[in-house]
Design a protein around this ligand. Structure first.
Ligand code: SF4
Length: 379
């Protein structure tokens, strides 16, 4: 998504209950607040109508939260404001996230009719015990039913999110979950190791010794097994945590990883337009208060200088199959050459990418490269 391509992210912050590992900007407020939120998001889109000069959007992504807690008619109004103010290309990718506890064929059919052509389901596991440990609101039967409902509604581009390395879960849950996901023949899968974020109930449980994360070696083994299994099933491993059948990479997320431009609307949403990154109010009441007063809900912004933009391009590109453009200063560093010699990084013409072995340690290698780059800039 380079050049003139751009995308819109719409944040819908509502969930039935907040999962104990979640650090997103979400809330469990009652449905009576949903309508006010929809009006605010439509008003915010209206505030950005001058961006229509960029041409119609290539991708639109409704994420959360649980967007499907809103009525299809409400989601439709946000989409209509988008079409009216910014424009959406005829072949745009329109994604909506959903969770299995709020999912049925009639609702998914309504989303298809609105124009959504990609559904991302937050399944996380097809094993009841893992789902309970994760504090999720759905059971395995509901996860299967949601996948079937997506197909019945005509979604030909289905993505399933799964979590591996759930603390305390039986070792077989991960493999069984992945196999059951494959039975639904998804076009896309995102697989995440459970990270314990500060400020969450899981972080507190970890401090109290009531939750013990899986050892790193076990996590790496689960990740590698999943990668092998998905590649054998015909998926392309195109980002550390993402796998797609040919032709089904997430166009919207690919834009984030490769310097694409995007506008984010809604509570806590981020935007990158030109060299300017901005972010909205993180608290719902502040977001709503600003928009209802006719003001921008922006909470802060920064201009990215060339060095920061280069660091970000490296960090994000490293995590994808395309890698990042080789920086001449980096290539001369001994530690960089060591990482290549040790088989973690490989040179591909003018670019550098992680090897299969390197993908397992993507974050640690990314930190090392950032340190090296900082050293190059200071030299
Ligand atoms: S469903 Fe997703 S967004 Fe909502 S609380 Fe759980 S992890 Fe967070």
């Amino acid at each position: 998504m380079k050049g003139d391509n751009w995308g819109l992210y719409v944040h819908i912050p509502f969930c039935l209950q907040v999962c104990p590992y979640c650090s997103f900007a979400v809330t469990t407020v009652r449905p009576r607040l949903h309508e006010g939120y929809v009006r605010a998001v439509c008003a915010e889109i209206e505030m950005h109508r001058q961006l229509a000069t960029r041409g119609p959007l290539d991708t639109v992504y409704f994420g959360g939260g649980t967007p499907t807690l809103l009525l299809p008619e409400q989601l439709g109004r946000i989409l209509e404001s988008t079409r009216h103010c910014l424009g959406i290309k005829a072949d745009a990718e329109l994604t909506v996230e959903a969770n299995p506890e709020v999912a049925d064929t009639a609702q998914f059919s309504a989303l298809r009719e609105l124009g959504f052509n990609r559904l991302s389901l937050g399944v996380q596991s097809f094993a009841d015990q893992s789902l309970r440990l994760l504090g999720r609101q759905h059971c395995a039967a509901q996860a299967h039913a949601a996948c079937k409902a997506a197909r019945q509604a005509g979604f030909g581009n289905l993505s399933i999110d799964l979590i591996f390395a759930t603390p305390g879960a039986p070792a077989l849950d991960w493999g069984n979950s992945l196999e059951q996901a494959l039975e639904h023949r998804p076009e896309h899968l995102s697989t995440y190791g459970l990270t314990i974020e500060s400020g969450t109930p899981f972080a507190k449980q970890e401090r109290q010794g009531r939750l013990i994360p899986l050892p790193e070696d076990d996590q790496a083994q689960a990740y590698e097994w999943g990668t092998d299994r998905l590649e054998a099933a015909g998926f392309e491993h195109y980002e550390v945590s993402n796998f797609a059948r040919p032709g089904f990479r997430s166009r919207h997320n690919w834009g984030y990883w490769h310097g694409g431009q995007y506008l984010g609307v809604g509570q806590a949403a981020h935007s990158l337009l030109g060299c300017r990154r901005s972010w909205n109010q993180r608290l719902l009441k502040n977001y709503l208060g600003a928009v209802e007063a006719g003001l921008s809900p922006e909470a802060g912004a920064e201009e990215l200088d060339a060095a920061t933009a280069q660091e970000e391009a490296l960090w994000l590109g490293l995590r994808t199959s395309e890698g990042f453009a080789l920086h001449s200063g980096l290539a001369g560093r001994e530690r960089f050459r060591d990482l290549v010699a040790a088989g973690y990084l490989e040179l591909r013409g003018e670019r550098v990418g992680l090897t299969r072995r390197g993908f397992v340690l993507a974050d640690a290698i990314g930190v090392e490269l950032m340190d090296l780059l900082e050293g190059v800039e200071k030299a």
